[in-house]
Unconditional design. Structure first.
Length: 575
């Protein structure tokens, strides 16, 4: 497995984009990424040459690789998102020499890499979410510095763009503090970047756009795997195989001053061999990273006494408290959780962890109190709203009055809590009409808002024009109308008739990443048993000719229909 990155930076109408790209390339190399030569395309290189090099670079990726594309520069939204390169002629239309985001997406689709990452530090970067289903494929992560209608921000004092500056800080200084297990994950990067946006916008009048990080993968995305020498390099420490062995064999690891070396040494030992060292470290006060690593090395029952002791002590860091709470059984953790929630000024990680440990009714008074107090972080607001449900309808309506200043996930939670409010109708109608980005559009259609005329109109349009809509969206919309199978007769019959061409089209367009949920729903339609049986038989024949064509879920459903007369459960889908 290897990590590979293709980095582009262009100073068209900007001061620091190329310098940002060079710094990001350096940071990625430190994390172990392989980059082409030259690392950054020279200013005179044309778009056709860059795309040709990107194609070769992406084609060379293996099935277990991670492939990353980064762009810093100016973006122009049209039918495509154009990434502007330097112009050799100032009178020339910049779009004539741009990189096409659609073309870049097509290159990535054809790559065999297991994980694909696109980072766009440019104006109007959110346009990428409107153009292609690729950004919502299961193995893709997209990070953007701005929404469709927004401009990315450069800071003269930092001589860098906001996203690139904080991305580089995350990959260097921040990771040296939090890399406990040599795996750099999306979760670490996401919490850092979102925290920086919130921190900046609370302290400054020159607001920056929200950084969007979108991925459908349910498992944690690993952005980098750090070897021991890379962990050491991030910390400025020279680490050789000899002194790693020496550190790992020390009787008292706590004497070593570098937490990263201690953590690396612990990870190099087998778990059973590391446990005595972990217990020794926990017997005396340690730094946050060492404490959390040591707790996680122990079995749950071994870790519980240390977790209780840490929770009983004052002044523990948020990461230590959250790790300790999650090691205890729920009933044992509840008193600690309540005590923490009663104390003012807790960090948002502690508040959210403590709320989620309590039963819903136990948590509601705390959630209500948190919502009544100004200045809560968006993470706390989201968690408190999720717990409060309809009890927070008035608060949700208030959020929707000023919804454009709030993160979309908070807005969506409020829409679900107060779907019948006037504000909800206004917000949903606006978002469906404007379609600011595909992520927001898809998430809105995932949830039922049958009382909103604009939502009804849009979902019924999707049912009738399902061929022209992403299949994930089609499946989500079909589920909303399962209690009215007559409405779905025509579309489900078409889906059953065209399943083969549909899958072939998806495989051609999206490589290995396809969606068959809409076909599974159609196979379960209670009025279409005969077409479903005919389609299932054809699916098995095609699977015999081309093993793997259907995917596991669709193959199992087809076999159940043909061999056992068992159809997908329509009522279960509705639930």
């Amino acid at each position: 497995m290897s990590f590979r990155a293709f980095v582009v930076g262009a100073d068209y109408h900007l001061q620091f984009a190329r310098a940002d790209a060079e710094r990001i390339a350096d940071a990625l190399a430190t994390l172990g990424y392989e980059l082409p030569e030259p690392r950054i395309p020279p200013p005179e290189e044309c778009s056709d040459s860059i795309i040709a090099r990107l194609k070769k670079f992406a084609t060379d990726s293996r099935p277990d690789d991670t492939l990353l594309f980064y762009f810093a520069g100016h973006g122009i939204p049209r039918e495509d998102l154009y990434l502007v390169l330097p112009l050799d002629d100032p009178d020339r239309n910049p779009i004539q020499t741009c990189l096409s985001m659609i073309e870049i997406s097509n290159v990535f689709k054809r790559s065999a890499a297991a994980t694909k990452i696109i980072i766009l530090d440019c104006c109007h970067a959110g346009k990428a979410f409107n153009m292609t289903d690729f950004v919502f494929s299961d193995n893709c992560l997209v990070v953007t510095a701005s929404d469709f209608f927004e401009r990315a921000v450069e800071f003269k004092d930092r001589k860098a763009g906001f996203l690139s500056y904080n991305l580089r800080k995350a990959m260097t200084e921040y990771l040296s503090k939090i890399t406990n297990n040599s795996r750099v994950t999306l979760g670490l990067l996401q919490s850092y970047l979102w925290g920086k946006v919130e921190q900046h916008n609370q302290r400054h009048t020159d607001k920056v756009p929200d950084i969007s990080i979108v991925s459908k993968q349910k498992h944690e995305i690993v952005i980098a795997e750090l070897a021991a020498n890379q962990v050491a390099r991030l910390s400025g420490i020279r680490l050789t195989s000899e002194n790693i062995k020496k550190i790992a064999q020390k009787e008292n690891l706590k004497k070593d001053k570098s937490s990263n070396i201690i953590i690396t040494a612990l990870k190099l030992l087998d778990r059973e061999a590391a446990k005595p060292f972990a217990k020794k470290l926990l017997e005396e006060r340690q730094g946050v990273d060492i404490t959390c690593t040591a707790l996680k090395l122990l079995d749950r029952e071994e870790a519980k006494p240390f977790a209780r002791k840490l929770l009983e002590a004052e002044g523990q860091a948020a990461d230590v408290i959250c790790t300790a709470l999650n090691l205890l059984d729920k009933d044992e953790a509840k008193p600690f959780a309540k005590k923490l929630l009663e104390k003012e000024g807790q960090e948002h990680q502690i508040i959210c962890t403590a709320l989620n440990l309590l039963d819903r009714e136990e948590a509601k008074p705390f959630a209500r109190k948190l919502l009544e107090k100004d200045g809560q972080s968006f993470e706390v607001i989201y968690t408190a709203l999720s717990i409060s449900g309809e009890d927070a309808a008035d608060y949700a309506a208030g959020v929707l009055d000023n919804w454009q200043q709030k993160p979309f996930n908070v807005v969506l939670r409020c829409l679900n809590i107060a779907p019948a409010s006037r504000q909800a109708e206004d917000v949903i109608s606006f978002l469906l009409k404007k379609k600011r980005n595909q992520y927001e559009y898809f998430r809105l259609l995932e949830f039922p808002f049958p009382a909103i005329p604009a939502w009804q109109e849009e979902t019924r349009h999707i049912i009738s024009k399902w061929k022209y809509t992403s299949r994930q969206t089609v499946a989500a919309v079909l589920r909303h109308y399962l209690d009215d199978p007559f409405l779905l007769n025509k579309s489900c019959f078409e889906i059953l008739s065209q399943w083969k061409y549909d899958i072939e089209y998806q495989r051609k367009k999206f490589s290995k990443t396809i969606c068959t949920d809409h076909i599974l729903i159609a196979l379960g339609h209670p009025h279409l048993r005969v077409p479903a049986q005919r389609s299932a038989a054809g699916m098995l024949l095609r699977e015999k000719e081309q093993p793997g064509f259907l995917g596991d879920k669709l193959l199992q459903a087809a076999e159940a229909i043909v061999n056992e007369g068992m159809y997908p459960d329509w009522e279960k889908e509705a639930d």
